[in-house]
Design a protein around this ligand. Structure first.
Ligand code: GLV
Length: 333
């Protein structure tokens, strides 16, 4: 009897999909956030062919060297900054992700954060509950209609944000590595230079991946370019923003407010100065956290792995050059 491939599962997989995995593979569970090397006895390492994991699993050269038969890492996320892509490419390990299926949910959260910050909705709720309303009216807030939204990054999510913001009569500008012909031809948004984006926007929203180049790329210089009345939104990755510089900019009134779904350290420690700031709305990295979207994501992540190890080209590959699977089983070869 041929031996089934062996996979590590660190992502939450619903039962019906789990049955598919169990039918095709020998599955080994590793708690999210724990390194497979800590969780599994060394005797098992050489047998691992694939992995479906959350962004809490760090996939680096040391892990890939310790798992010589690992051929596919299927990330349960669109972002893949938990994976050292140079290390994966060098070892011809295929990396898959979940693009497309979460665009709407992340865009909706972005718009929600914008409304919460501009209209002061979180404080407004506390105002009513505390009885403060009986003593006087809630302070006036700020319109988003007619204002300019600046998108740093115009990928799939940026485009949905642009489309939704247009329904709020916002003028949408964007900066991207290169102009997006589709967005321009649909009249969704206008391309501007990077500095112009920060200087002209009333709301700047970050939609770029975290890479070595983008880490801390939004910092004191960029906040200095922004309007004093402007709001920063980040639903991408916390470390794209220099958080210490953001805290200074919010404290000093360099910018007016922020809506953050992502932070440098997650969960955000309660000691963070962000916690006490009234001009900041915080969420617990929930951009894609709806029942429907998470289901679509795990469906794609599981099928990416089933396809790849089954010899069929998966739907969503980060490094398509690693397809067809090139890495040979180490100990099993
Ligand atoms: C969530 O943060 C994702 O990258 O899918």
């Amino acid at each position: 009897m041929t031996k089934k491939p062996c996979i590590i599962v660190t992502a939450p997989v619903p039962q019906d999909l789990r049955q598919l995995l169990d039918a095709a593979f020998d599955t080994v569970d590793v708690p999210a956030g724990q390194s497979p090397l800590e969780a599994l006895p060394q005797s098992q390492w050489a047998a691992i062919d694939g992995m479906v994991c959350t962004v809490k699993t760090r996939v680096d050269g040391a892990l890939l060297d310790a798992l010589p038969a690992l051929k596919v890492v299927s990330n349960f996320a669109v972002g893949f900054d938990n994976v050292d892509m140079d290390a994966a490419n060098a070892r011809k390990v295929l990396v898959c992700n979940t693009p497309g299926v979460l665009d709407g949910a992340v865009a909706d959260l972005t718009i929600g954060l914008m409304l919460c910050v501009a209209r002061n909705l979180v404080a407004g709720d506390a105002f009513v509950r505390s009885g403060a309303w009986t003593k006087g009216p809630f302070p006036l807030a700020t319109d988003i209609r007619g204002k300019t939204l600046g998108l740093l990054g115009m990928g799939r999510i940026g485009r949905v944000v642009a489309r939704t913001a247009r329904a709020f009569d916002m003028d949408v500008i964007y900066h991207n590595r290169k102009p997006d012909a589709q967005a321009e031809s649909e009249g969704l948004a206008r391309y501007v230079e990077r500095d112009a984006l920060f200087a002209q926007a009333d709301v700047v929203s970050v939609h770029i991946p975290l890479t070595a180049e983008t880490r801390h790329s939004v910092g004191a210089r960029e906040f200095g370019l922004m309007k004093k009345t402007a709001i920063l939104l980040n639903t991408a990755r916390g470390a794209v923003v220099d958080e210490a510089a953001l805290i200074d900019a919010l404290k000093n009134g360099t910018i007016a407010g922020a809506g953050l779904d992502v932070m440098t350290q997650e969960p955000l420690p309660v000691s963070s100065p962000l916690i006490g700031m009234p001009n900041v709305v915080l969420q617990a990295h929930i951009g894609s956290a709806t029942v429907e979207t998470r289901r679509a994501m795990i469906d794609l992540a599981v099928h990416n792995l089933l396809d790849a190890l089954g010899g069929k080209q998966p739907k969503a590959m980060v490094n398509g050059q690693a397809w067809p699977l090139a890495r040979q089983a180490g100990a099993n070869a």
